[in-house]
Design a protein around this ligand. Structure first.
Ligand code: CA
Length: 230
């Protein structure tokens, strides 16, 4: 089912200009979104990774590290959250640089709240990891259309459940997923069996995607769950 214009979608605003940040926070909150605001690139990158927002509204010129670099870093680690860049320049070169860094779209300052809302809605209608995009983490890729999984050049054959488990992990890179979350997402709410099944499948998955000599990607967080991390 496509996501409705969810009134509870979470938007992370990374903007150092206090007045604009406040304007965005007020306007977006009024529209029913949950909004969090951070004022520099380093904090913004951290927030994008830990808060798992549905969309990031990212200023280009930021203290610490630039918006472009924040975006690049997110994509490098496989984070596919929709990113809308806010820039003061509408030059073609700037547009190209933004898209190359992995931004989905951008708005040119000064923009109207209406214009911004229209763009935000486009991206919130498509859930993360939309079926057209490959999921990428380090040298691991998963294509949701062909269901093809590769570690580097090596093709990996997975069973249906292993595939669902890996896909769930890859949709939430660097985010610790609890055993309960994994169980509900991959096996469904009504799963009545033994939750040790997760360990069993993680072991299968590791055997297939972490061949001898390859870096470990699936890390165990003892007593909690699992995380995809290099
Ligand atoms: Ca700025």
């Amino acid at each position: 089912m496509p996501e409705p214009e969810s009134s509870s979608a979470h938007i992370l605003v990374i903007e150092d200009e206090a007045k604009l940040a406040r304007f965005l926070e007020t306007g977006l909150t009024y529209e029913g979104y949950r909004v969090s605001v951070v004022g520099d690139g380093t904090a913004g990158l951290a927030a994008a990774r830990t808060q798992n927002p549905d969309l990031v509204l990212l200023d280009w010129m930021l203290p610490e590290i630039s918006g472009l670099e924040v975006c690049r870093q997110l994509r490098l680690t496989g984070n596919r959250v929709p990113v809308v860049l806010m820039t003061a320049s509408d030059e073609v070169a700037a547009r190209a640089a933004g898209l190359e860094a992995g931004a989905d779209d951008y708005v040119v300052k000064p923009f109207s709240l209406q214009e911004l809302l229209a763009r935000i809605r486009i991206y919130l209608q498509h859930p993360k990891g939309s079926p057209h995009g490959q999921l990428v983490f380090m040298d691991l890729t998963l294509d949701p259309v062909t269901r093809e999984v590769r570690r580097g050049e090596r093709q990996v054959e997975l069973t249906a459940k292993e595939y669902e488990l890996l896909r769930y992990l890859m949709e939430h890179p660097r985010q610790v997923l609890t055993r309960q979350q994994i169980l509900e997402h991959v096996w469904g709410h009504d799963f009545a069996g033994d939750s040790n099944i997760i360990e069993v499948y993680i072991r299968y998955l590791r055997l297939k995607i972490e061949a001898p000599g390859e870096k470990r990607l699936i890390q165990t967080v003892r007593g909690v769950g699992y995380v995809l991390r290099d």
